[in-house]
Design a protein around this ligand. Structure first.
Ligand SMILES: Cc1cc2nc3c(=O)[nH]c(=O)nc-3n(C[C@H](O)[C@H](O)[C@H](O)COP(=O)(O)OP(=O)(O)OC[C@H]3O[C@@H](n4cnc5c(N)ncnc54)[C@H](O)[C@@H]3O)c2cc1C
Length: 348
């Protein structure tokens, strides 16, 4: 195991802000993960586990302890009970796995193509997009339990998945290091065709699209929204959606609707959001004076997506946080709703 010192973290994230890691280890095996944990304990270093860095905002002062980047490789496939089980190393690139599953004609993750980051990052916030989420296909998660100091297999139920949530980012945050994830996919299954954007894309097609065509469509749609990382496109120098869609009580919804009516506006409805009593955070942001392309020096809103805060150049983490707070304050003043950020704040 090779320990490095003062390693810049910004290049290891998609938002590209933040300072260095005091100590940094990249672990490609479970033994190396265990060794790094021992090192952090022996030297009393706070531990932060990094995947692909696509859902983090690193502070300008960086991380004072040990950053452990998970690089465990491997995609293995086997059949069980009519399902195709894929055991995937936490360090694998998520979209590489999606591409493999689709090439093997296995359904269950095709709509999640183009989400950046690692396989190990996907259970953490139960990633979801275009009508699918990983909770539907994760069969189990192999994890290093820092509390017990041992490797443990967690079944899907034990992961406590719900919207953008699992035990890994809520009740048991910081307890588990995800080493491997097993996904149960449907061999020869049909693509998920639930989301309005996807239905629109395929409207008028004579036959139902294949898994590969669905994956391509998702990637094309994502690219138009700056949600597909492409080199040189500053609209995707972001951490993805910066705020979660708020879940409202009936009372809160009535208040919001009344405020909208007073402004001659109508809150947009989307079946996927309505089912969970959620409102669109993007709509709230846009109707609080932060249109797509809004700029504030080196930070701004993506020209393609109202929910993405982008680094337009030399932004610092402090710039991002100040801008985030300005948006939260304005949305709260105008709509009475507190927006909760989606990315993880590291070293603040
Ligand atoms: C352009 C763009 C588009 C995006 N689109 C979507 C989307 O459509 N849907 C969606 O849900 N998300 C989306 N995201 C957010 C992000 O890509 C996902 O949350 C992704 O799964 C994060 O994985 P990561 O490996 O990059 O995690 P990181 O950013 O490295 O880490 C995020 C959190 O997970 C923890 N973590 C990471 N790996 C492990 C591990 N092996 N063990 C324990 N903890 C770990 C970290 O400690 C941290 O708390 C998008 C982001 C960007 C930049």
């Amino acid at each position: 195991m090779h320990t490095r010192e003062n390693v810049p973290l910004a290049p290891l994230t998609t938002l590209k802000v933040g300072g260095p890691a005091r100590f940094f280890v990249e672990a490609s095996t479970i033994a190396e993960v265990s060794e790094a944990v021992q090192l952090s304990r022996a030297r009393n270093l706070p531990l932060f586990v990094l995947g692909g860095g696509s859902n983090v905002v690193v502070s300008d002062s960086g991380w004072p302890g040990l950053v452990l980047k998970i690089a465990i490789p491997g995609i293995e496939e086997r059949n069980h009970d009519g399902k195709s089980l894929f055991e995937v190393g936490a360090g694998e690139d998520w979209d590489k796995f999606v591409a493999r599953a689709v090439a093997r004609n296995c359904a269950g993750v095709e709509c999640l193509s183009g989400i950046p980051g690692s396989v190990g990052g996907t259970p953490v916030q139960n990633v979801g997009a275009y009508g699918q989420e990983v909770a539907e296909t994760i069969q189990s998660v192999l994890a290093f339990d820092l509390r017990r100091g041992q490797v443990q297999e967690l079944c899907s139920e034990a992961c406590g998945f719900s919207y953008r949530t699992s035990i890994f980012n809520s009740t048991e945050q910081g307890r588990f290091i995800i080493l491997r994830v097993t996904y149960a996919l449907d061999p020869e299954g049909k693509p998920r065709m639930q989301y309005a954007d996807l239905k629109k894309y395929f409207a008028g097609w004579g036959e139902s699209p294949t898994l590969a065509q669905t994956r391509d469509a998702v990637r094309t749609i994502r690219a138009t929204k700056g949600m597909l990382i492409s080199a040189g496109d500053e609209d995707c120098r972001s951490a993805g959606s910066f705020f979660k869609n708020p879940v409202l009580s009936n009372e809160q919804y009535r208040t919001l609707a009344a405020r909208a009516e007073a402004k001659n506006l109508q809150i947009p409805t989307y079946p996927a959001l309505d089912a969970m009593k959620k409102v669109s955070a993007a709509w709230l942001v846009e109707h609080s004076g932060f249109a797509k392309g809004y700029g504030r020096g080196s930070v701004g809103i993506s020209r393609k997506h109202a929910l993405a805060i982008v680094n337009r150049g030399e932004a610092t983490a402090a710039d991002v946080v100040a801008f985030k707070q300005q948006i939260q304050q304005r949305v709260e003043d105008i709509w009475g709703i507190h927006l909760v950020p989606e990315p993880v704040f590291v070293g603040f």
